[in-house]
Design a protein around this ligand. Structure first.
Ligand code: TYM
Length: 329
C-alpha cells in the first residue's frame, strides 16, 4: 500500500446514481483518491436482497460505472469492480455469520426499514445484509469507508463484528473500519421528508436530461406552511433552499433567503432557479458520462481489470482468515 491507508465503498445497482448518492458518498470517493488506495464496488449481490426480478441487474450494474467515472473516479488510480466477480466475499460472509448475532441484525433500523418497504419478501439475505457488507469492507482491510449517514448502523455493526471475530479467533487479521461522511450526509428526497432514494421514488438521477431534471425539481415539496404565493416562506425548513446551498452561488442563496421570507420570490421561481443551476453544475458530468456510456466494451474491461486486482487483495486476506479460523489448508 503506497498511500495513507485503504478506502472501500460500495453502492447497489438498483438504477442510476442520484443526487443523494453523489452528495452523500461519491464526492468523497473522488476526493479520497489522492490520499488513499481506493476500492469501489458495485454490490450486485446486495442488490439481490430487494429484487423481485433480476431482468435489469446486468444493465444497472453496467450503468453504475459511467456514473462513477464521469464523477471523477479514475480506474487506473482506484479499483472499480463488481462484487460477484470476487467470490471470496461470499466465503468471508459465511465465516463472519458465525460471529453475527441474529438478534442484533433484526434490531437494526435499516432492517426494520426494509421490512416496512417489502413486508412480503423478508428473506435471509436481507437479515444478513450487514454481514455481507462487513465482508466487503474487511476483505480489503479498509481503514475508511465513505458513505451517507444512513449507513452508520452498518459501519458500527462491521466494527463490532471485526472485534468479535478477532476476539473469538485470537486474531489481528481483520481491521476495524471508520466511517467518513461528507458535509451533506443525508440528502432529502423531492418529498422534503424522507432520505432521497430510489425505493422511496423521491430521487433525482444525475444522468437525467435538463428537461427531465426541471420536471422533477418542479415537483419538490417546499415549506409546507407556505400555501399561497403571497405568504412569506421559511427557508430554514425548506428542502429546496437546502439544495440551493449546494448548487447555487452565495449571492443567489442570500437573495432567496431574503426574498422568500418576505414573499418577494415564489416557490415556482425559486425551483426554476434551482433547476437551472443544478443543470449547469451537472452539464460537464453528463457530457463525460455520455462518452463513457457509448463504449460498453471499455467499461466492462475496466470492471474486469478491477476484479482481477481486487481478487489478489481478497485472496491474501482469506489466507489469513482461514488460518485464523483453523480451516484445513
Ligand atoms: P446505497 O446503494 O443505498 O447508496 C450508495 C451510497 O450513497 C449514499 N446515499 C446517500 N447519502 C446521503 N443522502 C442520501 N439520500 C443517500 N442515499 C444514498 C449511501 O449512504 C451510500 O454511501 N449498503 C450500501 C452498499 C454497500 C456498502 C458496502 C457501502 C454494500 N457494501 C460496503 C460501503 C461499504 C448501500 O445500500 O448503499
Amino acid at each position: 500500500m503506497s498511500k495513507k491507508g485503504r478506502v472501500f465503498s460500495g453502492a447497489r445497482p438498483t438504477g442510476r446514481q442520484h443526487l443523494g448518492n453523489y452528495l452523500g458518498a461519491i464526492r468523497n470517493y473522488v476526493t479520497m483518491q489522492s490520499q488513499y488506495d481506493c476500492v469501489y464496488c458495485v454490490v450486485d449481490l446486495h442488490a439481490l436482497t430487494t429484487m423481485e426480478t433480476t431482468r435489469d441487474l446486468k444493465q444497472n450494474t453496467f450503468e453504475m460505472a459511467p456514473d462513477w467515472l464521469a464523477a471523477g473516479i479514475d480506474p487506473k488510480e482506484s479499483i472499480v469492480f463488481v462484487q460477484s466477480h470476487v467470490p471470496q466475499v461470499t466465503e468471508l460472509y459465511t465465516i463472519l455469520s458465525m460471529v453475527s448475532s441474529l438478534g442484533k441484525l433484526t434490531d437494526l433500523p435499516t432492517f426494520k426499514d426494509k421490512v416496512r418497504l417489502q413486508p412480503n419478501n423478508v428473506n435471509l439475505g436481507l437479515v444478513g445484509y450487514p454481514v455481507l457488507m462487513t465482508a466487503d469492507i474487511v476483505l480489503y482491510k479498509a481503514n475508511f469507508v465513505p458513505v451517507g449517514i444512513d449507513q452508520a448502523p452498518h459501519i458500527e455493526y462491521a466494527r463490532e463484528t471485526v472485534r468479535s471475530f478477532n476476539y473469538r479467533y485470537n486474531s489481528t487479521a481483520l481491521i476495524e473500519p471508520e466511517m467518513v461522511v461528507t458535509t451533506v450526509p443525508k440528502v432529502l428526497g423531492t418529498d422534503g421528508q424522507r432520505k432521497m432514494g430510489k425505493s422511496e421514488n423521491n430521487h433525482i438521477e444525475l444522468a437525467l436530461t435538463p428537461e427531465e431534471t426541471q420536471k422533477v425539481v418542479m415537483t419538490m415539496v417546499t415549506d409546507p406552511q407556505r400555501l399561497r404565493r403571497a405568504d412569506p416562506g421559511n427557508p430554514d425548513v425548506c428542502n429546496v433552499f437546502s439544495m440551493h446551498k449546494t448548487f447555487s452561488s452565495p449571492e443567489e442563496v442570500e437573495m432567496i433567503n431574503t426574498e422568500c421570507r418576505r414573499a418577494g420570490i415564489g416557490c415556482v421561481d425559486c425551483k426554476k432557479i434551482y433547476a437551472k443551476n443544478l443543470n449547469a453544475n451537472l452539464a460537464p458530468f453528463r457530457e463525460r458520462r455520455a462518452a463513457f456510456e457509448s463504449n460498453p466494451g471499455a467499461i466492462w474491461d475496466i470492471l474486469h481489470d478491477g476484479a482481477r486486482r481486487a481478487r489478489e487483495i481478497a485472496e491474501a486476506t482469506m489466507v489469513e482468515v482461514r488460518a485464523a479460523v483453523g480451516l484445513p489448508e
